[in-house]
Design a protein. Structure first.
Length: 267
């Protein structure tokens, strides 16, 4: 019998399910990208493209203003409201794309690679659009991202977050969705072994998630100063592509390493 070809080995490798307990690196990088991208969009337009609770409240305030006859003159549906609406709708679109994983297998390597590559394309599209937009990267200097290219860039960035969130959720680890870490903070504070000096998986991985988010925000803001919004998201595109490649190296279910960790090799 002829040995399998390289293509057959690659196809078989992509068809396997990853072991979630071995996916710490790509998921931590997901958290990093949440802070990275959010730092850029918030600095420009005061919109967290991965935090849709805030955008939902922003839209509720816009609706309430339409019934407030004592409010200041001007349109009740302001620029920030339009940008929040853009973010939440495109975020939901990205999250809906995550349902493709239900068909391919949410924990299969092929979907995790494909889904992360789609996030890469979305981030790249946002970077290119901001380069064409050619407006300020800093909302403190005045309204920015007001052109169609700016709105589209915000939409692509939000869609990448939506897809990332649903993929992180379906892997089902201590990193949760990798985009909304309020729950992670609460679970960390409620962990009964919070102050244990020993390694505690449930606690330590949550600390990794929060730390990665913080570092991502710091790096994103620092690059924004040096490269501008388009350049910073260009770097983000490269990081997302690296995350895509990391899924190839995550241990699959049933591997000898996984069995050793879970104790399945015991007789």
């Amino acid at each position: 019998m002829a040995p399998p070809t390289r293509w057959q080995r690659l196809t078989a490798h992509l068809s396997t399910e990853i072991e979630p307990t071995q996916a710490h690196v790509p998921l931590a990088l997901y958290c990093f990208m949440t802070g990275f991208v959010d730092a850029i969009t918030f600095t420009a337009v005061s919109v967290w493209c991965g935090f849709q609770t805030g955008n939902t409240i922003e839209l509720s305030l816009a609706l309430a203003r339409t019934f407030d006859i004592k409010s200041a003159p001007g349109p009740s549906f302001r620029l920030i409201d339009k940008q929040s609406l853009t973010s939440i709708t495109t975020f939901l679109f990205g999250a809906f794309l995550g349902r493709i994983g239900d068909k391919l297998g949410n924990k299969t390597r092929r979907w995790l690679v494909l889904g992360t590559f789609i996030q890469t394309l979305f981030t790249m599209a946002a970077a290119i659009l901001l380069w064409k937009n050619n407006q300020s990267s800093f909302g403190a200097l005045g309204p920015t991202w007001t052109k169609p290219e700016g709105f589209a860039a915000l939409g692509f960035a939000s869609a990448s977050m939506g897809l990332q969130g649903i993929m992180g959720k379906r892997v089902n680890t201590q990193f949760a969705t990798t985009i909304v870490l309020t729950t992670v903070w609460c679970e960390l504070m409620a962990d009964p072994k919070l102050f244990s000096r020993k390694l505690v998986k449930t606690r330590d991985l949550k600390i990794v998630a929060v730390s990665a988010l913080f570092i991502g925000g710091f790096v994103g803001r620092a690059l924004l100063d040096k490269l501008g919004d388009a350049g910073a998201l260009g770097v983000g595109t490269g990081i997302r592509f690296i995350i895509t490649l990391t899924w190839f190296g995550v241990q699959g279910k049933g591997s000898s390493v996984t069995k050793a960790i879970t104790g399945q090799n015991k007789v």
